[in-house]
Design a protein around this ligand. Structure first.
Ligand SMILES: O=C1O[C@H](COP(=O)(O)O)[C@@H](O)[C@H](O)[C@H]1O
Length: 223
């Protein structure tokens, strides 16, 4: 992995949005449609704010989350809600959104349907991921029930994930699918996450799931 340091979160948002826009333009120059994977959580909002007014052919971009919390779109914890409010607005409103949630009590009930929607647009062209201080990325959590399936060489596209302490079930892209991306970026802020990603490089993915996606990864960090 390669780490790019920014002086603060504002510079990170501007710099990373520029880098993502440039990666999307390169992909759009070579393909009719491109697949852009984005994280949820608390970190990426300002990056989306900077990116959504960028001039590019958004109507040829498919946007997909790295993972979703099993909540209706209107719920405050829904990652889709974040994407709709902060990324799919302004010029980027022309992009096509591919949901990782469908109305059902449990993700297993609709997993095949969600996968069928994603499968034709793979592989990922540009992938942005986040990471928690516990070294989870997407919804690949240490100690989660299906982590080994999601890390397997022949993993399915989507894996439902439950972990003690999480407020709801999750659905996540598997490590195999994330690693198929042409360009991989990880965004983190703060000293704890910086130390965590550096430690993860020397750990097994079952303990530090982010380790499964660090090959050829560009990490963007600000204090
Ligand atoms: O729960 C999640 O956490 C990670 C990290 O989120 P952050 O709030 O620490 O930035 C995020 O990448 C993932 O998409 C999300 O579902």
């Amino acid at each position: 992995m390669n780490i790019i340091d920014y002086p603060d979160a504002e510079m990170l948002a501007i710099g990373l949005a520029d880098e993502l826009a440039s990666a999307l333009r390169t992909a759009l120059a070579n393909e009719e449609r491109v697949l852009f994977v984005v994280p949820g959580g608390t970190t990426p909002g300002p990056i989306f704010d900077a990116l959504c007014e960028t001039s590019l052919d958004w109507d040829r971009v498919d946007v997909l989350l790295s993972d979703e919390r099993w909540r209706p779109e209107v719920h405050v914890r829904s990652n889709t809600r974040l994407i709709r409010e902060r990324l799919l607005t302004g010029r980027a409103a022309a992009a096509r959104y591919l949901p990782l949630y469908a109305k059902a009590a449990e993700p297993e009930e609709v997993l095949a349907e969600l996968e069928a929607n994603i499968s034709p647009v793979l592989p990922i062209d540009v992938c942005l991921l986040g990471m928690g201080e516990d070294m989870h990325t997407a919804s690949l959590f240490p100690g989660a029930d299906n982590l080994e399936d999601a890390l397997a060489r022949r993993a399915p596209i989507l894996v439902p994930m439950r972990v003690d302490g999480a407020e709801e079930p999750r659905v996540t892209l598997s490590a195999r699918v994330l690693n198929g991306a042409v360009a991989k970026h990880l965004v983190i802020t703060g000293d704890k996450k910086r130390r965590a990603v550096e430690r993860a490089q020397h750990m097994r993915a079952v303990e530090a799931p982010v380790a499964a996606v660090l090959d050829d990864m560009t990490v963007h960090w600000a204090p």
